[in-house]
Design a protein around this ligand. Structure first.
Ligand code: P6P
Length: 332
């Protein structure tokens, strides 16, 4: 298929029968990702790959690009009158949109630059986003309303800044993958109705935390690495890039299972990943693509958060593997 024959993002969005307000919201998110892709690509030249003098609410030292990417998202999303407020990994409190229409009912939760510890190594990083719909418009959106709307996630996606800049998106009907054409500055459709294979022989976990794993996770990984003579009767492969977007994207390309589970180390009970802008959007995407997403003991998407930056254990990917892990959690 020639480049000129490929479907553009706007045409695809309209084909999803997404309402015009959601189309506008998602087009502003895509525009943010396009700007961030450009800034990430130029970062070594502009000297912005290093750390800033600031820390985020997680107590993590922010990279300059974390802050720059956050500012790009906030500035761009303010232009959509349908976005009432935002939640950013880089900002402690809810961000109101002063330019929102009275009817605005969307809250966009995002990690503007996920995996930023990889910036100086030029490894793939990304932006993760989730669009929540409020039960009713609010002149001043309350944090309580955002938390209550977490289950009313109407769209989710991520941008992957790698050899190509990809945009992976769902409004609930299918998962589609777009590539940014750097010559034309537009996202063009590569694949729609992406499906995650139910079986896999590849897992992604940070093995350095093995001593902190729950028994079910330890048992699962031991079975996988036992290979052809073990209980799984097949060899497994392992990948871990330290960038959730890159590790999760692999699931949509060839299947697999991604684990950032509960850890027994101090502060690790709910893992490391944040619910509103990492676990919830990735779980939505994976489930729409036929995969599964669990905390180990229950569906990620049934979590009712009580804080904006709440963490959640994340085990998601090929359905049969996720179900096996849930069974192990319930029996060990
Ligand atoms: P660890 C990046 O900081 C991130 O939030 C995810 O992108 C990634 O999956 C995880 O942390 C990596 O964590 O503990 O392996 O460095």
């Amino acid at each position: 298929m020639s480049v000129s024959d490929r479907t553009g993002l706007a045409v695809w969005l309209k084909s999803q029968a997404a309402d015009v307000a959601l189309v506008d919201c998602l087009q502003h998110i895509a525009a943010s990702c396009k700007k961030i892709a450009h800034l990430v690509a130029r970062a070594p030249l502009t000297g912005t790959t290093g750390i800033s003098q600031q820390t985020n609410i997680q107590g993590e030292t922010q990279k300059q690009l974390d802050i720059i990417s956050n500012d790009v998202m906030v500035e761009q999303l303010r232009l959509s009158p349908h976005i009432a407020a935002m939640v950013s990994e880089e900002v402690p409190d809810l961000i109101q949109n002063p330019d929102a229409a009275q009817s605005a009912r969307f809250v966009v939760c995002f990690d503007p630059l996920d995996g930023s510890s990889n910036i100086e190594t030029n490894a793939a990083i990304g932006t993760i986003f989730s669009v929540l719909e409020l039960d009713a418009p609010e002149a001043e959106v309350r944090t309580k309303s955002v938390l209550q709307s977490a289950s009313n996630q109407i769209a989710a996606g991520y941008a992957l800044y790698g050899p190509s800049t990809l945009l992976v998106l769902t409004t609930g009907k299918s998962v589609a993958i777009f590539a940014l054409d750097p010559d034309e500055g537009v996202f063009l459709l590569l694949e729609d109705h992406v499906n995650i294979p139910e079986q896999t022989s590849e897992f992604a976990i940070n093995m350095a935390y093995q001593r902190f794993w729950e028994p079910a996770v330890s048992n699962y990984i031991v079975q996988c690495v036992a290979g052809e003579t073990g209980p799984r009767k097949k060899a497994f492969n392992m990948r871990w890039t330290g960038s959730m977007v890159a590790d999760v994207h692999r699931l949509f390309v060839r299947g697999g299972i991604f684990l950032y589970p509960s850890l027994s180390k101090p502060g690790g009970a709910k893992g490391k990943l944040r619910f509103l802008y990492e676990a919830n959007p990735m779980a939505f995407l994976v489930e729409v693509a036929g995969g599964a997403a669990t905390t180990g003991t229950g569906s990620i998407r049934l979590i009712e958060p009580d804080r904006l930056h709440q963490r959640a254990p994340v085990i998601l990917g090929s359905k049969e593997e996720v179900e096996l892990l849930e069974n192990l959690h319930h029996t060990l």
